[in-house]
Write a protein that binds this ligand. Structure first.
Ligand code: UDX
Length: 447
């Protein structure tokens, strides 16, 4: 009989995982503690913008016409415990307020709520990003609480999905990492992932701490790559070099690779910034803080980029104050193809200029609702053209395709002055300059 799978927590990670598991042919039951989320999912609606996810959900949610019916949602822990052979914990681990460490309360609560109801054999699999050592602690807790005792086991299976590619990354992962303590657990997870394994996804079996560390070290490496190229951008700015050409040339060395070398206003989002901070905090607790002091520098290079973008805008406007200046901001989300504005460099820059007296008007293809909620005092426009109308300077801060496809001539006709600063090095300078714009970008020569 096919395995029955439950997914606890239906945010980015959980909603995608649940839909993907149904797509792979399993019967799936998802649980969340927020009633509104469950109601939306039951209607086949996704609480966030993620390409392809709503379609996948609608293909499987029970009660939707034409759906496979393999995917259902509930708020009842006993039902989940009774249903599942494998339970995936997909709740979030945000940064603690006022600290670097991550807040484990959602994971702890999920594990405890589930464990109390586990009266039959099953495998509980953690997917959330956690500080190393958590799985060991949670395994002990599970053993203490689960009525089924030894028949219940824990495994750790970090998730590497990127927002904007969540469906693809979940159905076709570039690797599957499982931290297990028994052959039975490994066997069960091989069964869950039989389809991607069959397609050639490497399946890496480790102990608990290594599995947990793969995730945090992968994100640290990616953050390091971005901050490295941004540090090179700073040097290019000082020396008159071109960081885009530099990155291109570096990328031809396949030991370095060309990905994640896009200089600009740096990384943000719900993962990289908080994950590197939580990693530093955990290393400190383990007495290994020296090993990760470099991440402090990675973080500060990254945060510096936002301030430098503000200064670049100030300089472009003549060097004085922002008072009375109209600033158009294209992009609010932390990356394109997402509506996520958590720790968004774009909104941070927009907010700083606004707080310094600039009249900021933001447009984003998908992030308007979330941006308005986070920064209600900023100005918002319904289109890029409207945002640019009357602007003294235009800031390109999130590299949506829509912005690359804008007609620079049409925008030049409505801007107060045709001055664009590319904070993502994603627009084509020649096209904008040909349409009469003064184009400037981070880490590149002025003309
Ligand atoms: C990241 C990891 O990539 C993913 O594997 C993990 O599971 C979760 O965290 P995500 O947060 O979706 O995924 O975003 P990612 O694509 O990594 O981008 C992070 C930030 O870095 C964005 O703000 C992006 O604009 C920025 N970035 C990325 C750069 O500034 N330059 C680059 O070259 C690449």
């Amino acid at each position: 009989m096919a395995l029955k799978i439950t997914v606890i927590g239906t945010g980015y990670l959980g909603a995608t995982h649940a839909a993907a598991m149904a797509e792979l042919g399993f019967e799936v039951l998802g649980l969340d503690v927020v009633p509104e989320k469950i109601e939306m999912l039951q209607r086949g609606e996704v609480p966030m913008y993620e390409p392809g996810l709503e379609e996948l959900l609608r293909k499987h949610v029970a009660g939707i016409e034409g759906a496979s019916g393999r995917l259902r949602f509930t708020m009842d822990w006993a039902e989940v415990a009774d249903f599942g052979d494998v339970h995936f914990i997909c709740v979030n681990t945000p940064q603690k307020h006022g600290e670097y460490a991550c807040d484990m309360s959602y994971v702890d609560n999920a594990l405890e709520s589930l464990a109390k109801h586990l009266t039959k054999a099953s495998l509980v699999v953690g997917k959330s990003t956690v500080p190393v050592g958590s799985a060991d602690r949670l395994a002990t807790r599970l053993a203490e609480l689960a009525p089924a005792g030894d028949e219940v086991e824990l495994a750790w299976n970090p998730e590497f999905l990127r927002e904007g590619f969540a469906v693809k990354d979940t159905l076709h992962p570039d690797r599957i990492v499982v931290g297990v303590r028994s052959e039975a657990a490994e066997k069960l997870l091989r069964e869950v992932y039989a389809s991607p394994i069959g397609e050639g996804s490497p399946f890496v079996v480790t102990d608990f701490p290594t599995a947990e560390l793969v995730k945090t070290s992968a994100n640290s490496f990616l953050a390091t790559k971005i901050s490295f190229i941004n540090a090179m951008a700073e040097v290019c700015e000082a020396a008159g070099g071109d960081v885009v050409k530099l990155a291109e040339a570096l990328g031809h060395d396949d030991r370095i690779g060309k990905k994640f070398l896009r200089a600009g206003i740096g990384f943000g989002g719900g993962c990289l910034p908080k994950d590197i901070r939580a990693f530093m905090a955990r290393a400190g607790e383990l007495g290994a803080d020296q090993a990760l002091t470099f991440l402090r520098e990675i973080d500060s290079i990254n945060m510096r980029r936002r301030g430098q973008m503000v200064e670049m805008a100030r300089e472009a406007l003549g060097g004085g104050s922002f008072l009375g200046k109209r600033v158009a901001v294209l992009g609010a989300t932390f990356k394109p193809d997402s509506d996520d504005v958590r720790d968004s460099p774009a909104l941070n820059v927009a907010g700083q200029i606004h707080l310094q007296g600039g009249q900021v008007t933001v447009y984003d293809p998908k992030g308007m609702v979330n941006a308005r909620r986070l920064f209600p005092t900023l100005g918002y426009a319904d289109t890029a053209l409207d945002a640019v109308r009357g602007a003294d300077v235009v800031l390109h801060l999130t590299e949506w395709r829509e912005f690359r496809e804008l007609d620079p001539a049409e925008l030049a006709a409505v801007a107060a002055s045709p001055l664009i600063l590319d904070g993502r090095n994603a627009l084509d300078p020649a096209t904008w300059r040909a349409a009469g714009w003064t184009y400037r970008a981070m880490g590149r020569p002025a003309a």
